[in-house]
Ligand binder design. Structure first.
Ligand code: ADE
Ligand code: ZN
Length: 336
């Protein structure tokens, strides 16, 4: 048994950098929003909602995930969703949250871009009173067209000061990163920071990881543990300080295991690995649960758990001064 208790994990200031806000839609809130908006979701109890969570891989997960979003209609809905997450995050010691959102999953249903961003943004502002510094990262859906991504990028520009970066999510199969190379180049030129998903055990995982590093120029990779298949890429990612946002509980739902060995190996090789929760309402836990599960499974040392928190802060896109203050606080707690 590991001697690291949950209170220690929660006490460490940390950044959560891989969190889809739509994936924080807990069954209770889903039912409440369905009632509020008069949407018939086909279930009326929490157990029935959980009964729809029948997935074994990324594709089957996404088939449950996107339809659930139809309950999100008004600015207030997006605000309530984000604030509920931010409260949970604060309880886990999150001092910085960089929140993914999927505009196309909403604009494609007739919800305007401003409804989504205004609702999320008011929660981001309120989060300061919870002790969480939050930011928004807009993800393009990789199984939608390049034209749709470009239109989304253009729609975001009036909100440029509320969005720190862009990412790429949804189904990787048949949708390699180079499909979006130009859109990402334009996003970078507009001042956005870049990250992309390289999901676990995809048909072209290692090719896609090479592409995001060499052609797209991301600063972080979301998931990305398949990089271990190519030691030269591991060495390059280490040298460049590329951040990895790994999600053990998510991995255990969309593959057969949490990929704990891979995550711990990258960490022990000195890569900037951080831990996050991806879609916590679906994958059974928030960031503290993910850290605890990995710690237990891999018998991480106290120093390794602290290193995961340190990495998360170092690879965050927060203001440098804030990051330095959190890092000092982390070192004080670690030294106790
Ligand atoms: N959207 C929400 N969660 C995702 C994941 N883990 N991979 C790709 N797209 C996602
Ligand atoms: Zn994700």
């Amino acid at each position: 048994m590991t001697s690291i208790d949950r209170d220690f994990i929660d006490s460490l200031p940390k950044a959560e950098l891989h969190l889809h806000i739509e994936g924080t839609l807990e069954p209770e809130l889903k039912l409440e929003l369905a009632r509020r908006n008069g949407v018939d979701i086909g279930q009326s109890t929490v157990e029935q909602v959980r009964g729809t969570y029948d997935f074994t891989d990324l594709t089957s997960f996404l088939a449950v995930y996107y339809p659930a979003m139809e309950v999100l209609v008004t600015e207030q809905d997006f605000h309530d969703l984000a604030l509920a997450y931010l409260r949970r995050a604060a309880a886990d010691g999150v001092v910085r949250a960089e929140i993914f959102f999927d505009p196309q999953a909403h604009t494609s249903r007739g919800v305007t871009f401003s409804t989504v961003v205004d609702g999320l943004w008011s929660a981001v502002q309120e989060a300061a009173s919870l002790g969480v510094d939050a930011g928004l990262i807009m993800c393009f859906l990789r199984d939608h067209s390049v034209d749709s991504a470009r239109a989304t990028l253009e729609a975001s520009l009036p909100f440029r000061d509320r969005i720190i970066g862009v990412g790429l999510d949804s189904d990787e199969r048949g949708n390699p990163p180079e499909k979006f190379a130009e859109v990402f180049a334009d996003a970078k030129a507009a001042g956005y920071r870049l990250t992309m998903h390289c999901d676990i055990d995809q048909e072209q995982s290692i090719t896609n990881i090479a592409t995001v590093l060499h052609e797209i120029g991301v600063e972080r990779i979301d998931h990305g543990t398949n990089i271990l298949e190519d030691p030269a890429l591991v060495a390059e990612a280490k040298e460049r300080g590329i951040g990895f946002t790994c999600c053990p509980l998510s991995n255990s739902f969309v593959t057969e295991e949490m990929k704990g060995v891979e995550i711990a190996t990258l960490l022990r090789q000195g890569l900037k690995v951080s831990i996050a929760s991806d879609d916590p309402a679906y994958f059974g836990g928030y960031v503290g649960d993910n850290l605890a599960a990995l710690t237990e499974a891999q018998q991480l040392t106290r120093a390794e758990v602290v290193q995961l928190a340190r990495n998360s802060l170092e690879i965050s896109w927060a203001e440098a001064e804030r990051t330095q203050a959190w890092l000092r606080e982390l070192e004080e707690i670690a030294a106790r």
